[in-house]
Design a protein around this ligand. Structure first.
Ligand SMILES: [Zn+2]
Length: 64
């Protein structure tokens, strides 16, 4: 991975994880955000399907 720099500020961006419920389970959104200007860069989206034992990764989509 390594550091992702904000294109505007040239400082390292912070990795954030955001989850939201879906009909089947959970949607996990990985994105980088700049602490200075708030610029957001989407990294990956993972769809989790609810199973008896917990969650199962159904699909991972890399945005960049
Ligand atoms: Zn910035």
């Amino acid at each position: 991975m390594g550091n992702i720099l904000c294109p505007k500020c040239k400082i390292p961006m912070v990795l954030n994880i955001e989850t939201s419920p879906t009909a089947e389970g959970l949607r996990v959104n990985y994105f980088y955000r700049c602490k200075n200007c708030g610029y957001k860069l989407e990294d990956a989206i993972m769809l989790l399907k609810k199973t008896e034992g917990g969650y199962e990764a159904k699909m991972v989509e890399y945005v960049s």
